[in-house]
Design a protein around this ligand. Structure first.
Ligand code: SAM
Length: 257
């Protein structure tokens, strides 16, 4: 199952807010080369184009559907298909910007250190934001749904489960020595969602995707319904009937020494 850009963009405003908050902390105003790592459908790339101009920005993603959406949204901006696990820029860059992508790569601390060591020059910047929600009810419910149903065998190995992010001190330990300045912080966003179904629709294009992909196609509807039932219980309605989705996110902005 590849990514579904249209589904991802259902919550574009909410998803782009942390991208703006990340960019607001990037301490450079001019750049000749900026790469949007895991650019998705181009929403984060658009922010970079607004700030640094169209000639400076390149988008990078591994997914066909996301790249097609990004190219349609920003004609004239180069988008390249590559896997971040092994990608290296061919020339030095002023900003490597990764909004909501590195959490998909369990060894992302090594990747961040490598990018800083090999691909940035002194004064250039690595800016990263990752959801830190693997312990949230939305994600615990994915595990519980996987373990409790006719599909449980598909989850027995625990292979789908993503580890929580390393502790903030670990990012500092690895990156501080490479940085002239490093800024690390957490923000919890609170999204009032119309109903439990809206929470499922939110995670369906991101965290729930590998779970749905693991169950047989004819079991997906039942899996989704079982997950929805858990979300109904985990996020009780507020006075106005909406459900409050707490969404912690972790940020790192490092300036290369
Ligand atoms: C959650 S989206 C983020 C999109 C956008 N940056 C934003 O701010 O909303 C994550 C993107 O990372 C891409 N991605 C995941 N793993 C990747 C990898 N190993 N290499 C390159 N892109 C990857 C996915 O295809 C997807 O488009």
């Amino acid at each position: 199952m590849g990514w579904n850009a249209a589904q991802y963009l259902k919550f574009e405003d909410e998803r782009t807010r942390p991208a703006r908050d990340l960019l607001a902390r990037v301490p450079i105003t001019e750049a000749r080369r900026v790469v949007d790592l895991g650019c998705g459908p181009g929403n984060s790339t658009e922010l970079l184009v607004e700030r640094f101009g169209p000639d400076a920005v390149t988008g990078l993603d591994s997914d066909d559907d996301m790249l097609a959406k990004a190219r349609a949204r920003l004609p004239g901006i180069p988008f390249i298909q590559a896997d971040l696990a092994s990608w290296r820029p061919d020339v030095s860059v002023d900003l490597l910007y990764a909004n909501a992508v590195l959490q998909w790569l369990p060894d992302h601390l090594d990747i961040m250190a490598r990018l800083m060591e090999e691909s940035l020059v002194p004064g250039s910047v690595l800016a990263v934001q990752m959801p830190d929600n693997f312990g949230e009810p939305s994600h615990v419910a994915m595990e519980e749904t996987g373990a409790d149903g006719p599909w449980s065998q598909a989850f027995a190995s625990g292979r789908i489960r993503r580890p929580r992010l390393p502790a903030p001190a670990e990012y500092l330990r690895r990156l501080q020595g490479l940085s002239a300045k490093i800024d690390v912080w957490h923000t919890v966003y609170y999204h009032p969602m119309a109903d439990a179904e809206a929470i499922v629709a939110w995670v369906e294009s991101t965290g729930l995707r590998p779970y749905l992909a693991a169950v047989a196609p004819d079991e997906r509807t039942a899996f989704r319904a079982a997950y929805l039932a858990r979300i109904e219980r985990a996020y009780p309605p507020m006075a106005d009937g909406r459900r409050l989705l707490a969404f912690p996110r972790f940020f790192v902005v490092a300036v290369k020494a």
